[in-house]
Design a protein around this ligand. Structure first.
Ligand code: 5GP
Ligand code: ZN
Length: 114
């Protein structure tokens, strides 16, 4: 998947601002932050969208959320609250087609989201 931006980060061809990493997931700062802290948590295996998650990926998806909570704890806003959200396809505004969990914190969040 050499044309995938996030796969290039995983391969080390592009260096993101990494905040947390395991064998299975990578977490790095979003280049266009929408909150004081805006981190993307991605699986190291290429999965394009939520619709492409398979039953073989269920443990991996759990690890994305474990990493999100770790990022929130490290950033200091786990208890006050934060948002962890995944956009799927065009109408939700997905622009990078490698699964990513947005972790947004450090400000009040609105609901419903825009
Ligand atoms: P989506 O809109 O697909 O849910 O989110 C894609 C996110 O990737 C956006 O928030 C965008 O700012 C971020 N992004 C796009 N290109 C880059 C990049 O080169 N580096 C980093 N760190 N984030 C990026
Ligand atoms: Zn990819």
């Amino acid at each position: 998947m050499t044309e995938c931006l996030f796969c290039k980060m995983i391969a080390g061809e592009i260096q993101p601002d990494t905040v947390y990493e395991t064998d299975d997931v990578l977490a790095f700062r979003d280049i266009n932050p929408q909150a004081p802290t805006h981190v993307l948590v991605i699986p190291k295996r290429h999965i394009a969208t939520i619709n492409d998650i398979g039953t073989e990926d269920t443990e991996l998806i759990g690890k994305l959320y474990l990493a999100a909570a770790r990022v929130a704890r490290d950033a200091g806003f786990a208890e006050e609250g934060y948002r962890a959200v995944m956009n799927c396809n065009g109408r939700a505004g997905q622009t990078v087609f490698h699964l990513h969990l947005h972790v947004l914190g450090g400000r009040d969040m609105n609901w419903p989201p825009g």
